[in-house]
Design a binder for this molecule. Structure first.
Ligand SMILES: [Zn+2]
Length: 177
């Protein structure tokens, strides 16, 4: 699997092959498979790019059913701290849906906007990824979440315009955790 690059108004978001392999391993392709989810961590590779290098799986203590996923937020917080010590920033959350081309529910959007507002991070937006059951990239829904909206990202066009602000807000970098 190769990297997949999405374009947001904040810049490029690159999903590494390793991260995509984790998404793939939790695709709900069987009737019996439960929703899964986890967190996204990565690095700012250029002023206008972010590389999602790690996707974690469901933490112990999360509640999973076919149509719902409730993470263990305390375990996720510890995960954020430990990745941060290794230089990897928290970038957002992902979860699976049992549909080929997924889209977020209203509750998905509201939860992520709350997370953006409530957590200390160094981002102009947090990412929300939903993993469906078809092939990549069709199975991936990616959104940039702020406290006021959720904007879907698109696969990068061939000649990308890079005259937009960065996903990383340097003024907030030292305010992490
Ligand atoms: Zn959902």
């Amino acid at each position: 699997m190769t990297d997949i690059v999405f374009q947001s108004r904040f810049g490029e978001v690159i999903f590494s092959a390793g991260c995509l392999a984790v998404f793939e391993s939790f695709q709900q392709k069987k009737v019996s498979s439960a929703e899964a989810g986890g967190q996204l961590f990565g690095v700012f590779t250029e002023p206008r790019s972010v590389r999602v290098s790690v996707a974690t799986g469901p933490s112990r203590g999360s509640l999973r059913s076919r149509f719902s996923f409730h993470p263990n937020r305390a375990a996720e917080k510890r995960e954020i701290e430990s990745f941060h010590q290794r230089g990897l920033h928290y970038l957002g959350d992902w979860h699976s849906h049992p549909e080929p081309r997924p889209s977020p529910s209203l509750s998905d959007e509201n939860k992520m906007m709350q997370i953006f507002g409530a957590s200390h991070h160094d981002l102009n937006c947090v990412l929300m990824v939903i993993v469906g059951t078809s092939e990549f990239p069709d199975a991936l829904w990616v959104g940039a979440v702020t406290d006021s909206d959720v904007a879907p990202l698109t696969i990068r066009p061939k000649h990308a315009d890079v005259s937009h602000p960065s996903i990383c807000n340097p003024a907030r970098l030292d305010r992490w955790c």
